[in-house]
Design a protein. Structure first.
Length: 228
C-alpha cells in the first residue's frame, strides 16, 4: 500500500472453539429477530437508541466518509405527520385511493402472505422512529459539497448493524420504506443532498403482537451459500 498514517490493528484473538461458540450464539440470537407490526407505546430509554446508533456508525463505508444521518423522531405530533404522509403514499401503492395501484400484480401477490396494507399505526404507536438518510455529498466534514462513495452500500450495512444492536437490546424493529420518501427530508429538516433510505420503527412489541407464518420460512444454508 502507499505510505499513509496508521495505528495498530487491535482485535482480541479467540481460540477456534470460542470463535465457533460466539458465532453460533450470535446466529441463534439473530434467528429470534422478527419484523414487528404491532408495537406498544411503552417508553424506551434514549440511551439504548444512542448506543445503537453509535454501533451503526462503526459500519465499513466508502473512504471513511460515513455518509449517513439518523434522525430520531419521538415527538407525537411529528410521528403523526409522518404517518399521515406515509399512509397517503401507501394508499397509492396498494390502489386504496381509488386509482390503479402503483405496485404490480406480482408485487402485491408477493405481499399477500404478509397481510400488509396502507394502514401503518405503528408509525405513531412506537416510541421512536429512526429515519435513516444517505448523504450523497458532504464527506467527513459534512460540507454538502464533497462527493461521497458507495453510499447505498455503506448505509445499508449501517442499518443492518443498527437493527442487530436494537435486537440485542431486547427491542422490536420494523423497516418501513414508503415510496416516494422525499417528504421525510422536510419532516426531519434535512438538506437536499441527503436521501431518505428507510424508517426504522423501534419499541417493545404489543401485548398481542404476532408474526405472519410466511415470515418463518427461511432459505437453508445450502441454498444461500456456496464454497469455492
Amino acid at each position: 500500500m502507499k505510505p499513509h498514517e496508521t495505528v495498530p490493528y487491535s482485535l482480541p484473538r479467540l481460540s477456534d472453539e470460542e470463535s465457533i461458540t460466539r458465532a453460533r450464539a450470535m446466529r441463534d440470537r439473530l434467528k429470534q429477530r422478527r419484523t414487528c407490526r404491532y408495537f406498544s407505546d411503552e417508553p424506551v430509554p434514549r440511551e439504548v437508541i444512542e448506543a445503537a446508533i453509535e454501533a451503526a456508525a462503526t459500519a465499513p463505508n466508502g473512504a471513511n466518509h460515513q455518509p449517513w444521518h439518523f434522525a430520531v423522531v419521538a415527538s407525537p405530533a411529528k410521528k403523526r405527520a409522518i404517518r399521515l404522509a406515509a399512509e397517503a403514499e401507501e394508499r397509492r401503492f396498494y390502489g386504496e385511493d381509488g386509482d390503479d395501484p402503483k405496485a404490480s400484480e406480482q408485487w402485491l401477490a408477493a405481499l399477500s402472505d404478509l397481510g400488509t396494507d396502507a394502514d401503518k399505526p405503528f408509525l405513531e404507536t412506537a416510541p421512536y422512529l429512526i429515519v435513516v438518510f444517505a448523504q450523497r455529498k458532504g464527506g467527513i466534514e459534512e460540507d454538502g459539497v464533497t462527493q461521497n462513495y458507495y453510499v447505498s452500500e455503506s448505509v445499508g450495512i449501517a442499518c443492518g448493524m443498527l437493527i442487530a444492536t436494537l435486537h440485542e437490546a431486547g427491542l422490536a424493529t420494523l423497516t418501513h420504506t414508503p415510496s416516494p420518501m422525499s417528504f421525510l427530508r422536510e419532516a426531519c429538516g434535512r438538506p437536499e443532498w441527503e436521501k431518505p433510505l428507510m424508517i426504522v420503527v423501534v419499541g417493545h412489541p404489543g401485548a398481542h403482537a404476532s408474526v405472519p407464518a410466511h415470515a418463518l420460512r427461511k432459505k437453508p444454508l445450502s441454498q444461500i451459500s456456496s464454497w469455492l
